[in-house]
Design a protein around this ligand. Sequence first.
Ligand code: BES
Ligand code: ZN
Ligand code: ZN
Length: 497
Amino acid sequence: MSTIEPLPSLAALDRVIIFAGDADHHADTNVCVIFAEEYPQSACGYDQETLERMGASSTLLTAFEIYRGNGQDAVIIGGGSRAELTTSRLRDIAATAVRTAKRASHLSIVIGGELPTGAARAMAEGVLLAAYRYDVHQSAAKVAPLRSVSIPVEQTSANLGKLSEARVNARSTVVARDLANMPPNYLTATDMAAHATALGAQFGFDVEAFDKKALTEMGCGGLLAVNQGSAEEPRLIRLRYRPESDPVSHLGMVGKGIMYDSGGISLKPSDPMHLLMKLDMGGAAAILGAFCGFRDRDVNVAVTGWLACTDNMPSVSAYRLGDVVTARGGTTIEIKNTDAEGRFAMSDSFVLANEEGVDAIIDIATLTGASLMALGQRRAPFFSNDETIAALVTASSETTDEAAWRFPLEPSYRPQLDSIIADISNLGGAFAGATTAALFIQHFVGDTPWAHIDIAGTMHADKDDAWRTRGATGYGARLLLQAAVDFEPGQDAEANS
Ligand code: BES
Ligand code: ZN
Ligand code: ZN
């Protein structure tokens, strides 16, 4: 098993060079972008009439490849309306260029006119994320031909800085994707801790992994309950990033790390969803990915992450419906459904974060099918008890195009979680499942400024879709990285005083 490279994309990322510059004359494939307002007199060497006959369209992201051989290929992409050109669209356009030019080794993207600020970073991210593939388990896998891409931005030092920033951001995403795509028989909670330790040594953060014995001593009854039916040990993985100069504030991150969610005794039905449940550690993977970027993006606050890792399995030793378990801190939880495991697998972590006195917590979890039903695979619902943290999540989401939307933490639904035997139950009513799950988490967070991102929908792409490669999307890694970059020293201490 260990002969498979666990994080193949770290090396793959470095195989693609990105240049700033108007056109690369050594390119074998030129990419031309057509905008609605300015159907061009010529593009990629074709005159207007030919372009029209070929059906070249300005409709956003319609793309086709013209194969001419001998290093003269072209890709024509619709850019939509020039007036509506955003960095998110540029990321998508660059990603689509890479996807369309499957045979290209040297790609040159040409877009005339002025581009919005952030163009360099967004386009470079689009290139690197679209070039992603996870094929280490395929015997016939070939190395992709793409070696270089030139991006139409000036060669200023600011832009060159943005290109390397993009590489750091993309690295966070591909680490998260590799981990999430890994088959569950290749990635146990113990393996996850080993990868975290190796990544920490490489990218500048400390890692401590708590095993079953330690978790028992720590009273982490939430995570231990979920682990009870498993043949594999759980791991609570704590990640610590500290900036070089003394940090003024401290951000906490908590991730759901269910390595495989069978549902436990409340076994999931045998539908296609089951197959996706190796991705139930996507939240933990996103946090680990984000940590890989903190040092290189000069994050100047302290960040501590807790990844609650175990699988959720039925067995003779598994926890039952009706069991009452005690989380760290003493809250008793009545288990009414063993498939609603993420919320209390993470419960101990929120208590630990509060014990450390973090100034704010962001958690990320593939928590509820209800969030997928509500917003689909492109946008994640998030919940927050604090305007400052909510604004930070919204802004980071916009910068990274990891789309999110704030949902209300409807307090009148809280009684649905009342238990007649314990402090709280893990199951709400039939409706607003993403909300009742968030309300459950809020119980453990208390008054600490907090945001909870439910990525059950956005963790996976059914097909290649601009920068999202089919499979695990790595959603959240860049968002969390950006949030840490923009989390200002003392931000919440001030806002709440
Ligand atoms: N891991 C699932 C949520 C999920 C569903 C993630 C679909 C990705 C895609 C979670 O543990 C779960 O099973 N939640 C239940 C909760 C319910 C029993 C209250 C759900 O959403 O059905
Ligand atoms: Zn579940
Ligand atoms: Zn789950």
